[in-house]
Design a protein around this ligand. Structure first.
Ligand code: ATP
Length: 283
């Protein structure tokens, strides 16, 4: 579906992509990881047809530079940095919907599911939304259409756990009939979302591996935690994950989206000394 052969990109003599060859098929969910400046965003921008480069890129046999409109018609893209658009939210949704042949209502439904109430912000310029609101709207614009390819640059970074859970469910709805490329600095942020990891360093692919034991995107794990004593900071963390406690605030129960489990375990690990019981598993 996506094919890169020996793709090289230089900016003013500096080689930013250095002979990248990759094949990506339908149903693949790839974590594109690597440190700052490794070339992840540049690679995605090449796939979007934004840069001239050496080597070959085809998406379903099409060259993204020469047949840009057709290629972009298949791609849902969530950028790392929200564009500084002054357009009011309502007009932006209508505009994006008409460009990619979808119904504005479909985009709005997804935004609502993520907890963004479009009616309340319809006339507000996009640029005036909070970071999390922008992220939710950009995700709704990318997922509210029939995209066969989803490119996402740190897509869930600004979302609260509840919105992340919905986001994973939405991705699950696209998993079988799309290929996804999810870029991140940290593998633990995206590990449970993907079934393949591609790591870049200084413009090269240094690791390309299938991930065993990848979880169902839409599944949810039940968690029960018993504390030795009450600790306000930990209670605040668990409140943030929408956990409920008993009257003494010692026994906590909640649900964790399976793709979020590493992130959750990371948050809990800081308080490991407080735990007298911890269980996390399928309902
Ligand atoms: N338009 C540009 N002009 C000049 N240099 C650029 C341009 N875009 C990116 N670069 C350079 O290319 C290198 C790779 O940048 P890129 O944004 O692709 O990395 P990245 O892996 O996405 O990093 P990050 O995780 O920090 O977003 C960096 O050294 C960057 O300075």
């Amino acid at each position: 579906m996506i094919r890169l052969e020996n793709v090289t990109k230089t900016f003013r003599g500096a080689r930013v992509l250095d002979g990248i060859s990759l094949e990506i098929g339908l149903g693949e969910r790839i974590a594109l990881i690597g440190s700052n400046g490794a070339g992840k965003t540049t690679l995605i921008r090449c796939l979007l047809g934004e840069y001239v480069h050496d080597g070959l890129i085809t998406i379903d046999g099409l060259d993204p530079r020469r047949e840009r409109a057709r290629v972009l018609g298949q791609i849902g893209f969530v950028p790392q940095l929200p564009p500084p658009l002054r357009m009011p939210v309502g007009r932006l949704i209508d505009f994006a919907a008409s460009l990619c042949g979808t119904a504005p209502g479909r985009i709005e439904d997804i935004a609502e599911r993520l907890g963004l109430h479009v009616d309340a912000i319809r006339s507000r310029p996009f640029v005036r939304l909070s970071g999390g609101m922008k992220q939710k709207l950009l995700i709704a614009l990318a997922l509210g259409r029939d995209a066969r390819l989803l490119f996402m640059d740190e897509p869930a970074a600004n979302l609260d756990p509840e919105a992340r859970k919905i986001f994973f469910e939405l991705l699950a709805g696209h998993a079988d009939h799309a290929a996804m490329l999810i870029s991140s600095h940290r593998l633990d942020e995206v590990a449970s979302l993907v079934n393949r990891v591609v790591e870049m360093d200084m413009g090269r692919v240094v690791l390309d591996d299938a991930l065993a034991g990848s979880v169902e995107l839409g599944s949810v794990l039940a968690c029960r935690i018993v504390l030795k004593h009450f600790e306000p900071a930990f209670a605040k963390t668990l409140d943030g994950w929408r956990f409920a406690a008993d009257a003494e605030r010692l026994v906590w129960r909640g649900a964790v989206a399976a793709p979020d489990r590493l992130r959750f375990l990371g948050a809990v690990a800081r308080y490991a000394g407080l735990l007298s019981h911890f269980s996390l598993g399928e309902h």
